[in-house]
Design a protein around this ligand. Structure first.
Ligand SMILES: Nc1nc2c(ncn2[C@@H]2O[C@H](COP(=O)(O)OP(=O)(O)OP(=O)(O)O)[C@@H](O)[C@H]2O)c(=O)[nH]1
Ligand SMILES: [Mg+2]
Length: 366
């Protein structure tokens, strides 16, 4: 269904092409992120810079151009594909006269829209509050410094103090609730471990096709969509592997480069369980020109989550979209499967995946 552009969903996107490789973001991914949040990329403004400017992130020439554009074709919100300092956000909002949201806030917003479980909602709120408090704290230290010189309490200062205290209190409440949920989950896990059921977790970059594969393997119907972060809360189901029997399969949230650290922390708890799996199935969209970079991102996050030592089987997915590839299994020098090339959508290559899982998991049964 095509959504009509209105003043409630039109967005102006700002994307800066930096020279330094580690700062580069992907414009196509940004557009998909924006659409995933329910907004329409109405204007896309690109500019090239060596470094961001301290005041507005972009140069004043570009800023004037955007202001001019918005004067005769206004939008609901301005989205920036990079992280802004609190001052940069404020300055941009003041000049452009509309809300400005940076990359972290956009991802947090999508997560907030997607969270369905109690735990997921708490985790997203926690990440949002932490993000917010980091901004308040920075504003606060700035005021504190001023106070020393003037010797008076600034007008906004006590409000900031109150806000900060409220946020702190709310964070403590959420943490306590999350601890309770985690305890419950631990009990469930112990029960499962008693039954010695093997557990496989699907991990991978967002939109790689994890949920599609999950549905095919477990004959379920979890949400699949061509949008980023379609899945947020981990889902687990039983799944029958021929020659091996039933295992537990877990579908998880997708990763993205420069995932806000607050979100990684917030999802550590749910992912922790995932990362106690016997095997990780790393789903890779082989049709995405950036799949190598995405693979590195995912491996780095897995490492950061403390699961770098788990065995991984790579699934090169979306084979149906490729003309130069066939369904096949690749093996390492010890004849252990390391990669299966298949299509979760058409099902081509699935018997190879069953074979590889059997091979890898059979050895992990004592
Ligand atoms: N052509 C083709 N499309 C696929 C295949 N697998 C998945 N897709 C499509 O890729 C998109 C993303 O699929 P999902 O299964 O939602 O991906 P995901 O990895 O779960 O994504 P998130 O939950 O957002 O992290 C959907 O439009 C799927 O229909 C495949 O093998 N071939
Ligand atoms: Mg998914």
């Amino acid at each position: 269904m095509k959504i009509e552009p209105t003043l409630e969903n039109k967005a102006l996107l700002i994307h800066v092409n930096f020279h330094a490789a580690e700062k580069i973001e992907d414009l196509e991914e940004f557009k998909l992120l924006v659409q995933s949040s329910g907004l329409i990329p109405h204007h896309v403004i690109q500019t090239t810079r060596q470094n961001p400017t301290a005041k507005y992130f972009i140069g004043t020439g570009k800023l004037d151009e955007i202001k001019e554009l918005l004067n005769h074709d206004p939008v609901f919100v301005v989205l920036v594909n990079h992280n802004l300092s609190p001052a940069q956000s404020r300055n941009l909002e003041a000049v452009l006269g509309c809300r400005v949201i940076d990359r972290t806030e956009l991802i947090l917003d999508i997560f907030a829209q997607r969270a369905r479980t109690f735990e997921g909602m708490l985790q997203v709120e926690l990440a949002q509050l932490k993000h917010l408090s980091s901004r308040l704290v920075r504003g606060w230290t700035h005021l504190e410094r001023q106070k020393g010189g003037i010797g008076m309490r600034g007008p906004g200062e006590s409000q900031l103090e109150t806000d900060r205290r409220l946020i702190k209190k709310r964070i403590a409440t959420i943490n306590a609730r999350l601890d309770k949920v985690a305890e419950q989950r631990n009990q469930n896990r112990r029960a499962r471990q008693n039954h010695r059921t093997l557990c496989v977790a699907l991990v991978g970059y967002t939109n790689a096709g994890k949920s599609t594969l999950f549905n095919r393997l477990t004959r379920s119907k979890v949400y699949v969509a061509n949008q980023l972060f379609a899945t947020l809360d981990p889902t687990s189901r039983q799944c029958y592997i021929p020659e091996l029997g039933n295992i537990i399969l877990i579908d998880t949230v997708g990763f993205i480069r420069h995932l806000p650290p607050d979100l990684i922390n917030a999802f550590k708890a749910t992912l922790e369980e995932t990362l106690q799996a016997d095997l990780l199935l790393h789903v890779i969209d082989r049709n995405d020109p950036l799949h190598q970079e995405h693979k590195e991102t995912v491996l780095a996050i897995i490492q950061e989550l403390g699961a770098g030592n788990l065995p991984i089987l790579e699934v090169y997915n979306k084979l149906d979209l490729l003309t130069d590839a066939v369904a096949e299994t690749q093996f390492d020098e010890n004849n252990k499967p390391i990669r299966v090339q298949l299509s979760s959508q058409s099902g081509e290559g699935m018997p190879l995946l069953y074979g590889a899982l059997e091979n890898l998991l059979d050895n992990s049964v004592e």
